[in-house]
Design a protein around this ligand. Sequence first.
Ligand code: SF4
Length: 319
Amino acid sequence: MKKGILEIRDLRKHYRLRRTRLLKKPGSIKALNGVSLSISKGESFGLVGESGCGKSTAAYTIVGLLKPTEGRILFKGNDVTSLNRDQKREFRKKVQLIFQDTSGSLNPKGTVEWILREPLRAMGMQKKEIKELILESMNLVGLDKDLLGRFPHELSGGQKQRVGIMNALILNPEVVIADEPISSLDVSIQAQILNLMNDLQERLSLTYLFISHDLNVVHYFCDRIAVMYLGEIVELSESEELYRSPLHPYTQSLLSAIPGETGHKLERIILEGDAPSPLNPPTGCFFHPRCFRRMAICSSVKPQMTEVTKDHFVSCHLY
Ligand code: SF4
């Protein structure tokens, strides 16, 4: 795997459940099952999959809001899982998160100015410096300074997401993890926010980890895409290649659901049943109970990630 600005190695996050009976071993929810990625500087990297597949757990674990059960997270080659408090604070400035639900992440009791000012004040910045930084950031995300005195409930969905973006960018990060940043917005606003994020990436030399359930959006926005299923990456490729030649049956089913011209020649694929519970994942390939191409080997032997063509990896016994 190439060295990147952000590297995730065999990341696992398991939640232990309470013992329900005295002699019964407590189970665990396996939200992440050995995720490995390497994101290059300046890249937009997409992580895509159904809701509950572990995408948001990956985001929260990378930024340190959740503690990994196992695995390593390297930022510029340094393992951030073993940093001291001061180093962790520095890391959190450099790797920021844009939340999916800005209504929930912006304090409803504070004005926009208060929301933006408090973390800067807590870092010891002076009043004048804070004011200048906030005004500069408002300008950067295209918000009028008159909105500084408003409360979150007085803002539109698009304005709230711009404040969320500003909150993430105000400390001048190098990597931004955007967790479904447009999924709660009206379609008409989604394109504006994506264009803003594109523009900011160029102006500020940002690296994005863009998380979404929508393969079409990720294809538009990202250079490379990893497809997740039940806490694992099942396919990873350059965005255009994945869109044109999806290899994993799960990726094929996701792409076949996109209406209109997508470049592939897939008939609509309807999967059987829902995704299995991460509490009790299937044996062998996790996708086998729903897979329309399963073979005898699939229910007992776990497939390994294989590079099928240059930089196009898939975890499936068909390859
Ligand atoms: Fe389907 Fe088997 Fe490939 Fe899993 S390994 S995706 S069950 S063909």
